[in-house]
Design a protein around this ligand. Structure first.
Ligand SMILES: Cc1cc2nc3c(=O)[nH]c(=O)nc-3n(C[C@H](O)[C@H](O)[C@H](O)COP(=O)(O)OP(=O)(O)OC[C@H]3O[C@@H](n4cnc5c(N)ncnc54)[C@H](O)[C@@H]3O)c2cc1C
Length: 528
């Protein structure tokens, strides 16, 4: 058995697979080692119940970089986007609803039901985001400079500064607020309708342990508009066959270039000698050697669990220990025998436009704040914010005819519960979510065939993500760009020569984007 490779990728998340594919394409002999029996990390499709193929974790796509789709010929390997139109449906307790995008005329009419002023402002708000995105988006596939590094870094920072100047004073100020500020004051300034603001605000908090009034949430909101679907900016879509098809198509590309992928291969230790990486040892003791290792695991797992502290500088270890892994998101995957029959727009058992996009249970911004308050004090939210998606509305490959999969992404529910445990609370929390959905869509509870409830500690166990943080570490400004995962190490390299980070723990962070993997591969190839 060959045990020596040019490069070993620790973890077959979609980012690790991207790194593997680019390295293999460049002629490297590559081995990918994945601890689970399935590749993809948080970007997977699993047949949880006979005939039901579920995107167990990530469920919608927009962020996957178009250059990766092109370079790796992912469409040839089975990747296909299914754009969602409408993209969202928000029913409200008073019986009204708001349906949005990407059809601009429809969105205008829908928003005008609540406020004609907001309907006029919405395209201007989108244009503002686009201006800022035009400045920030190219950075996603760039290696961040080190503000404390040598002259070359200063030159790169200067170039960034020049790009920022080109935004002009007004857009520049807005960009700074988006990067550092809270979503709520921005939305309150732009719009008057709570229904519209609450619908947009859901994107500002998803995956974050923060309400929309907290600094940092504006960037989370923005992070969600930086992608595209089949070339249309800001549009999210389903992936035919579920999110696992993202990972599977990247893996197929990697294999076509010669990469080898092994599952059920959990790395127990990263081997280091004299400050240089040597290889890895699996939990069962098998060793593989390479002078380049890229870790797709998060920074906590990579440096604090798989390495000996003596191989890392103390300051670096302290910086890794400072990463915020708090999380308050629960995923509930449900198989149902009919689509939810929303009181605000009944469809009598049929699939309608209201089922195409994200269906929000979130009446206003205060509702989100109160849900967060519960979590802040160690309780799951009595009235949680729920995002439902039903990919089967557009994809008939996922469930038996007439049946559907509902993905419920719910906030807030903290990792650490006060005076109780998730073992005890998991089903109580899911029951509360189902009761809530029943109020908005009568008959929902009797439509449920199966359910899987995944609170943060279970996410940690299943996907190896510390604290159940879906982004491999929070996306606060102090943990972004030149500071992700730690100042001085945002260029995918680590204090150990030959060891790289290639997953969401590195710039530009979480989401099914592939950019971390792409950037890491570029730097590894640059090092030769
Ligand atoms: C519930 C949930 C919902 C989400 N929804 C969305 C969404 O809809 N859209 C979106 O864009 N993003 C979403 N995200 C975020 C997104 O899925 C992640 O940020 C992204 O998939 C991270 O990819 P990655 O390849 O960097 O890391 P991961 O997916 O975390 O992959 C890391 C891999 O390393 C493996 N590994 C770890 N330790 C070892 C070891 N010791 N030995 C071998 N292998 C190891 C893991 O098993 C895993 O396969 C969601 C995440 C979660 C958890």
């Amino acid at each position: 058995m060959t045990t020596t490779y040019d490069a070993i990728i620790l973890g077959a998340g979609h980012n690790g697979l991207v790194t593997a594919a680019y390295l293999a394409k460049a002629g490297y002999k590559v081995l990918v080692l994945e601890r689970r029996d399935i590749i993809g990390g948080c970007c997977i499709t699993e047949e949880l119940w006979p005939g039901f193929k579920v995107s167990t974790a990530a469920y919608v796509n927009s962020l996957l970089r178009p250059e990766i789709i092109r370079d790796l010929e992912l469409k040839k390997h089975g990747f296909e986007m299914l754009p969602r139109s409408p993209s969202s449906f928000s029913p409200f307790p008073d019986g009204r609803y708001l349906m949005m995008g990407p059809d601009k005329d429809m969105t205008h009419k829908e928003i005008a039901k609540f406020s004609t002023k907001d309907a006029e402002n919405y395209p201007k708000y989108e244009a503002m985001l686009t201006r800022v995105a035009d400045f920030l988006e190219p950075m996603l596939t760039q290696t961040p400079p080190d503000p404390f590094g040598g002259l070359w870094n200063l030159w790169k920072l200067g170039k960034l500064g020049m790009g920022f100047r080109r935004l002009g004073r007004d857009a520049g100020s807005e960009a700074v607020e988006i990067l550092t500020g809270a979503a709520r004051p921005i939305l309150d300034r732009w719009f008057e309708s709570e229904e519209l603001k609450a619908t947009i605000a859901t994107d500002a908090v998803i995956g974050a342990f923060a309400p929309p009034s907290h600094p940092g949430t504006a960037y989370v909101l923005f992070h969600h508009v930086m992608g595209e679907c089949n070339g249309v900016r800001g549009v999210w879509g389903y992936v035919r066959g579920g999110m696992g098809m993202v990972s599977n198509s990247i893996a197929a590309a990697a294999k076509s270039y010669g990469a080898e992928i092994r599952t059920n291969a959990e790395v127990g230790q990263i081997l280091v000698k004299d400050g240089r990486v040597q290889g890895v040892a699996l939990k069962d003791g098998t060793e593989f050697h390479a002078k380049r290792i890229a870790s797709n695991a998060d920074a906590h797992v990579t440096f604090l669990k798989l390495m000996d502290a003596k191989d890392l500088p103390e300051g670096f270890i302290s910086a890794i220990k400072r990463i915020d892994y708090s999380s308050a998101t629960v995923k509930i995957n449900v198989a149902i025998d009919r689509p939810p029959n929303w009181k605000a727009l009944p469809s009598d058992g049929k699939v309608g436009p209201q089922h195409h996009g994200t269906m929000h249970v979130c009446p206003d911004q205060d509702y989100i704040e109160r849900a967060f308050d519960d979590a802040k004090y160690g309780r799951w939210a009595r009235d949680p914010m729920i995002e439902c998606t039903m990919a089967t509305a557009l994809d008939d490959t996922l469930a038996p005819p007439g049946k559907h999969i509902l993905s419920m992404f719910v906030q807030y529910a903290p990792y650490h519960l006060k005076d109780t445990t998730w073992e005890v609370e998991k089903d109580r929390f899911a029951d509360r979510c189902f009761d809530l959905l029943e109020e908005y869509a009568p008959g929902f509870k009797s439509s449920v065939l199966h359910r899987m409830v995944i609170p943060p500690p279970d996410m940690e166990k299943m996907w190896g993500i510390t604290g159940g943080n879906i982004m491999q570490g929070s996306m606060n400004l102090h943990s972004m760009f030149s500071f992700r995962p730690a100042a001085g190490y945002a260029n995918y390299r680590t204090p150990v020569k030959g060891l790289y980070l290639c997953g969401a723990a590195a710039h530009p962070g979480g989401g099914v984007m592939g950019a971390c993997g792409l950037n890491a591969a570029r730097e590894m190839i640059r090092d030769g």
